[in-house]
Structures are given as structure tokens and as C-alpha cells.
Design a protein around this ligand. Structure first.
Ligand code: NAP
Length: 333
């Protein structure tokens, strides 16, 4: 029997890689896309003709219940979110409504439809926030520091409560930063890959950066969607911290990206003090041993391979006029 997977946030980075993985495995893939976001379907590129799209406002409980009842999906992946964390300060309520509201409405839809649908919630390492130890795992206390993280935490607990009270197969991946050539340019990895490619092609001259000593646990999105899928294939729904377990500094990020195009980063990087942020004493870095033990999951793509992919794709895009050289100064990780 062909399995149906329902995805919110299908037009995002993870939506693309997850759709690709599920289609390869023979799933029927259906994306729920809000009416006003239809133009973003173009981001699905070559997958657009292979997935089905249902136009549904994610704020509409009744419409979500109808979609779930009609499609009777075996699996739901709830990925939709305004994922650029600094933006959540501009619209805390909208962030809460989309992230927590969509998770709650979908869980309620599964419960009301009486289905045994398996549910994946896209949780985030941002929920750990102001950490008092490194690395973190599934037992580390949550201390969110921004509206995005607070909304994600509320959605996470709602998922746990629905599992405990109603016995739903609901789980979440507490995912650390994961990147790819599909990452939007306001994220630091893509800002750097785009700048390295632009400078190599003589389109821009410098790259403005903030704190080069800031460190993150960066992995490849293609590996992380594999973890999401594996969480729904095991017998017990549980939470999993998903990351590489390795920290890299922004300085390493810049030097590795520039190395990909044979340039010495120190000649091009300018420190902009307006972009400087104090770095944390403890870092956000995963202890992914539970995922390795229970899911047999391990990241396959190294930090260097990830940057190679990103810089190479940005070179090709720029040479084909498919992207504007970056000079954005607003950046987050
Ligand atoms: P992404 O590329 O920003 O994609 C986000 C998706 O959510 C897009 O399809 C976007 O639609 C949709 N969306 C945003 N605002 C919406 C709204 N108001 N109404 C309806 N849909 C909306 O994010 P991602 O990197 O794929 O991440 C997937 C999920 O994992 C997100 O929930 C994110 O918070 C979470 N996460 C990501 C990371 C990471 O490092 N990437 C780490 C931890 C957790 P449009 O295409 O129309 O904008």
C-alpha cells in the first residue's frame, strides 16, 4: 500500500529534502500550503510536479481537520514556521500562532479523525536557549530566550501532552542548525557561501562579519530529514536531539568557504562592530547518541563537504544570473 505523507512547510529547505527522500521511497507526498503563499511553490523546483499541494490556511482548524480526514495520511511532518529567529521579535504573537497553533490544530485533527497517523514536530535546539551545560541531550532543561524558541517549546509540550493523554504516535526532533544550498541568505552559512562565490567572481569585494569566535553545531539538512523519517519508523515515539555533536566557529566557517574558491579569507573579511554579539559561555551543541542508538542515525556530510556544496551551488547560480550577490548585513545563525 502506498503511504501518504502530509507536510507543512513543504516549500522550505527541509520540506524540499524531506519530499525528495519520501518520493524516493515511494510515498505519496502532499504539501499543505496557505493560500497567500502559493507563489513560493516555485521553491520546490523539480519536485513541484511530483508532490500534491492542498491549499489550506494553517490557522483554520476546520480546514485542517477536513484535509486530514480526506487524505488519511500515515505520517504528518509539521515543518511550517517563520524560521529566522530574529524576526520573531517583530511579530511574537504571529510566531506563536503559526508555530504553536499549527501543531495544536494538527494534533487535534489527528485525534478527532481517530487516525493512527504518526506525527513529527519540528522542535529546535533554540528551546535549550540559555544553556548551563554542553553538550545538550533529550534530558537537558529548556530555557528559551526568544519568542521563536518559546513558541517551539509550547508546540513541543503540546505534542508530548497529546501523546501522553491520547496515546498518539507523536514525536519531535530537537534539531540543531542544519544548512544546505537552499538556506535563505539571511542565515550566516549562506551569507558566507554567497559572499565567497561573489568575491571569487569579482562581483563583490568584501564580506562584513560580526563575532568570528561564535560557535555552532552545523549539519547538512539532507541528513536531518533522514532522522525525522527514522523517528516515525520505530516502535516508540520519542524525542531526539539531532546534531553533529561538533562545534565550529564562524572563523572556521569563513575560512573553509573561502578555501573552496581558493581565496584567503583574511584579505576580504571586514569586522563590523554593529554585528558583534556577545557569545555564550556554554554552546549549543548536540549529544546525538540516543539517535545513533535507537535510530541508527549519524550525520553523513561533514562540515567541509557541506560548505563545498553550498559554495559550488552559489558559484553556479551567480554564473547563471540566478541570484543577486549578497551584501546583507542582517544575519543570524
Ligand atoms: P524554512 O526553509 O524557513 O521553511 C519554513 C517553511 O514554513 C516554508 O515552507 C514557509 O513557507 C513556511 N512558513 C513560514 N511562515 C509561514 C506562515 N506564516 N504560514 C504558512 N507557512 C509558513 O525552514 P527550514 O530550515 O526548512 O526548517 C523547517 C522546520 O524546522 C521549521 O519549523 C524550523 O523552525 C525548524 N528548525 C529548523 C532548523 C534549521 O537549522 N534549519 C533547526 C531547528 C528547527 P514559504 O516558503 O511560503 O515561506
Amino acid at each position: 500500500m502506498t503511504k501518504t505523507a502530509l507536510i507543512t512547510g513543504i516549500t522550505g529547505q527541509d520540506g524540499y529534502y524531506l519530499s525528495h527522500l519520501l518520493l524516493k521511497q515511494g510515498y505519496r507526498v502532499v504539501g499543505l500550503v496557505s493560500p497567500h503563499r502559493q507563489p513560493n511553490l516555485a521553491k520546490l523546483g523539480n519536485l513541484a510536479t511530483q508532490v500534491e499541494i492542498y491549499t489550506v490556511d494553517l490557522r483554520d482548524s476546520k480546514a485542517l481537520l477536513t484535509a486530514v480526514e480526506q487524505l488519511r495520511p500515515q505520517e504528518i511532518y509539521n515543518l511550517a514556521a517563520p524560521s529566522f529567529v530574529p524576526d520573531s521579535w517583530k511579530d511574537p504573537l504571529g510566531t506563536l500562532d503559526l508555530i504553536t497553533g499549527t501543531a495544536t490544530r494538527l494534533l487535534e485533527a489527528v485525534r478527532q479523525a481517530g487516525l493512527s497517523t504518526r506525527f513529527y514536530q519540528a522542535s529546535s535546539s533554540e528551546m535549550f536557549g540559555d544553556v548551563s551545560c554542553s553538550p545538550q541531550d533529550e534530558e537537558t532543561p529548556f530555557r528559551p530566550k526568544n519568542p521563536y524558541a518559546a513558541a517551539k517549546l509550547h508546540a513541543h509540550w503540546t505534542m508530548v501532552h497529546h501523546r501522553q493523554r491520547y496515546g498518539l504516535f507523536a514525536c519531535s526532533g530537537i534539531l540543531y542548525n542544519h544548512e544546505s544550498p537552499l538556506r535563505p541568505p539571511q542565515f550566516v552559512t549562506r551569507k558566507v557561501s554567497l559572499a565567497a562565490a561573489s568575491i571569487k567572481l569579482g562581483l563583490t569585494q568584501t564580506l562584513e562579519m560580526g563575532n568570528l569566535d561564535a560557535k555552532r553545531d552545523w549539519g547538512f539538512a539532507g541528513d536531518y530529514v533522514e532522522a525525522m523519517w527514522r523517528m516515525l519508523q520505530v516502535d516508540e515515539p520519542e524525542e531526539y536531539a539531532i546534531g553533529t555533536g561538533k562545534l565550529h566557529s564562524v572563523r572556521e566557517l569563513v575560512s573553509t568557504a573561502f578555501e573552496c574558491v581558493g581565496l584567503d579569507w583574511q584579505k576580504y573579511v571586514v569586522i563590523n562592530t554593529n554585528l558583534l554579539r556577545a557569545d555564550e559561555h556554554f554552546h549549543l551543541v548536540a549529544n546525538p547518541s540516543k539517535a545513533k542508538k535507537n535510530l541508527g542515525w549519524e550525520p553523513q556530510v561533514s562540515f567541509e563537504e557541506l560548505l563545498e556544496k553550498m559554495v559550488k551551488t552559489d558559484m553556479e547560480r551567480l554564473q547563471n544570473g540566478l541570484v543577486i550577490p549578497a551584501s546583507a548585513s542582517s544575519v543570524g545563525v
